[in-house]
Design a protein around this ligand. Structure first.
Ligand SMILES: Cc1ncc(COP(=O)(O)O)c(C=O)c1O
Length: 236
């Protein structure tokens, strides 16, 4: 599971969700794999999203933030319990083969070490919390009353707005209208790249950790102008 579902719509789990899931997993002895490809290494203002949502992972998968995406690298982090199975199994059955052509590539490994040092030295976990709070304040200010925005979601340095045909009751647009994709295009024309998420008519905000407050302002106000463009286009 993703601690916070990212490309699926930027869905923040309710506090009780993962503790309830963990109980079921424990009862039936099922492993939890936390997919921290998006949430790992600082985006939520914590090293891992699992720490925030009461997830007790047996395996964590990581990628993007591990090298800040400058060099491709992914990894699986395994718990002591899993490690013991692999270690003991290797004694009994022979070595567990998991080598790849580019495993432990020196360039990617160096980049990851440097990224992890920078995360610490640059105090990005703290600053992402602060910048994230500002991002969500601006999202509320610009979109809470917008006729096309049904929901504002996210946490820390990931945010999203869902575009809806009607706010009350929340009614989605016809997917064939491709509203979010059109809004993302307008935003691009105005100079800001945002991502339309396919699962819902949702625009996502996921700026780099070095983003400044004035860039956050530019990003949100530009997307606001783009959504206004679409509202005009469809007569709302
Ligand atoms: C949460 C999540 N997990 C996994 C992936 C895929 O990762 P990879 O391309 O490293 O396999 C993505 C890609 O965007 C993702 O968002």
């Amino acid at each position: 599971a993703e601690p916070l579902q990212a490309a699926g719509g930027v869905i923040v789990p309710p506090k009780e969700y993962f503790p309830a899931i963990q109980k079921v997993l424990k009862k039936y002895d099922v492993l939890m794999i936390a997919d921290e490809v998006v949430t790992g290494f600082g985006r939520l203002g914590s090293m891992f999203g699992s720490d925030l949502f009461g997830i007790e992972p047996d395996i964590i998968t990581v990628a993007k933030g591990l090298t800040s995406a400058y060099v491709p690298l992914s990894a699986s982090i395994i718990s002591e319990k899993i490690w013991q199975v692999l270690r003991d199994g290797s004694v009994q059955y022979g070595a567990f083969g998991h080598g790849y052509t580019y495993s432990a590539h020196p360039l990617a490994a160096r980049c990851a070490l440097e990224t992890l040092d920078m995360l610490e030295e640059g105090k990005y976990l703290e600053s992402n919390l602060k910048k994230g709070a500002y991002l969500h304040q601006l999202l509320q200010e610009n979109f809470a009353d917008h006729p096309l925005v049904g929901e504002i979601r996210g946490q820390s340095l990931i945010g999203a707005i869902e575009l809806v045909a009607k706010k009350d009751p929340m009614t989605p647009f016809d997917p064939a209208d491709k509203i979010a994709i059109r809004a993302a295009r307008r935003s691009m024309e105005r100079g800001v790249i945002t991502r339309a998420l396919p699962a819902a008519d949702t625009l996502a905000f996921s700026p780099p950790f070095v983003v400044t407050e004035s860039e956050i302002e530019k990003m949100v106000t530009t997307v606001r102008a783009a959504v206004d463009d679409i509202a005009k286009e469809i007569g709302r």
